[in-house]
Design a protein around this ligand. Structure first.
Ligand code: DC
Length: 349
């Protein structure tokens, strides 16, 4: 979804629709050429001086703007990534959210200010972008079922891309660990997430540009990630990023996690639930990590209990998921079975 728009600059008197003006002004930032909007004297006397706020925030994103008593002029271009201040004004948040659909890296400093007029705004926006994500293979299942290996191979064979959602929960845990925030403090962790930029590219997880792919696999993160991922307030923020990520992808997306088929992409074309006998999973983990099978069995059982037993988005198969027990299968066999299933689901379209 990210990319240039085909809009062209316009001149318009908006005296009769001041409430729609801000969204138009923001859209004009992505248009080709100059736009001039007039009739906007009332915007200077709303929740904030909206002409000043628009000028400051578009300016922060590198867009040239001029404003007078009742007019604003925008020189369209390519807005840069950045964090937009909202001035406690719901329309600032909503207008710049539109920019987030075409420009990567737009962050709204205080998303909760939409509650004044439309508390469900962000959910509604997510619903709008979600249909794009039907070209998704959702792979869920407990730890040690080979999800990551399988998802990578399936993505490769389908010419798609892979999203590891566990990496996002691990990143939230790393942020908490570094900031000394307790894994049980959901609001504290959410505040850290609201000020961080999480990105996932080519299998690498980044926080504010730093590659944390190795750091998120540390024993400290392993120990706390289930507690961190149990907070609905944390999940809400991460699910939103995951949906945007897939909506922005221009290829089939293979998404692995625990709640992909049930919550993140309930409309995914193919939902796979991978499982394997506990002993097999523990032995695989032990082989990978060079650890003891019995110890791994204990750790896996504890994590399974937490991931399946939590109230928010517990690990469970979606009603229409295809179950695949990998205990007796090789990786190649699992991958081939999923690819065949995907091709069958798309044949005749
Ligand atoms: O897949 P993983 O082991 O890297 O996941 C780490 C933790 O994150 C796991 O204990 C459960 C949680 N998780 C989640 O709750 N929802 C997801 N979609 C993915 C992972």
């Amino acid at each position: 979804m990210f990319g240039p728009t085909t809009l062209r600059g316009v001149e318009a008197d908006l005296a009769h629709c001041p409430d729609g003006a801000m969204a138009l002004v923001v859209a004009a930032a992505t248009a080709t050429g100059r736009s001039r909007f007039t009739g906007l004297a009332t915007l200077r006397r709303k929740e904030t001086d909206r002409l000043a706020a628009l000028s400051a925030e578009l300016g922060r994103l590198g867009i040239e703007v001029e404003a007078g008593d009742d007019w604003i002029e925008v020189h369209g271009g390519h807005p840069a990534a950045g964090t937009v201040a909202t001035y406690d004004d719901h329309r600032m948040a909503m207008s710049f959210a539109m920019l987030g659909l075409t420009t990567a890296g737009i962050r709204i400093a205080d998303p909760t200010c939409v509650a004044k007029t439309w508390p469900g705004f962000w959910q509604a926006l997510d619903q709008m972008v979600r249909p794009v994500a039907t070209e998704v293979v959702a792979i869920d299942g407990p730890a040690g079922t080979g999800k990551t290996t399988v998802a990578s191979a399936v993505a490769g064979l389908l010419g798609g891309t892979r999203l590891d959602t566990g990496a996002f929960y691990r990143s939230a845990t790393l942020l908490a660990h570094r900031a000394g925030v307790d894994p049980g403090d959901g609001p504290g962790i959410r505040a850290l997430l609201d000020h961080a930029d999480l990105g996932y590219t080519d299998g690498a997880m980044r926080i504010d540009g730093e590659d944390v792919s190795a750091a998120i696999r540390s024993p400290e993160v392993n120990a706390a990630v289930s507690a961190v991922s149990a907070h609905p307030i944390v999940r809400e923020a991460l699910v939103r990023i995951q949906r945007r990520w897939a909506a922005g992808a221009d290829r089939i997306t293979v998404v692995e996690g625990r709640d992909i088929g049930t919550v993140v992409f309930p409309d995914a074309r193919l939902k796979v639930y991978l499982d394997a006998r506990p002993g097999v999973r523990a032995a695989r983990r032990a082989r990978e990590a060079g650890t003891d099978t019995a110890e791994e069995a204990g750790r896996l059982a504890a994590r399974d209990a937490l991931d399946s037993g939590r109230a928010a988005s517990p690990l469970r198969p979606a009603d229409d998921a295809w179950h695949l027990d990998t205990s007796e299968l090789t990786v190649d066999e699992v991958v081939a079975a999923i690819v065949e299933r995907w091709r069958a689901s798309t044949s005749g379209q």
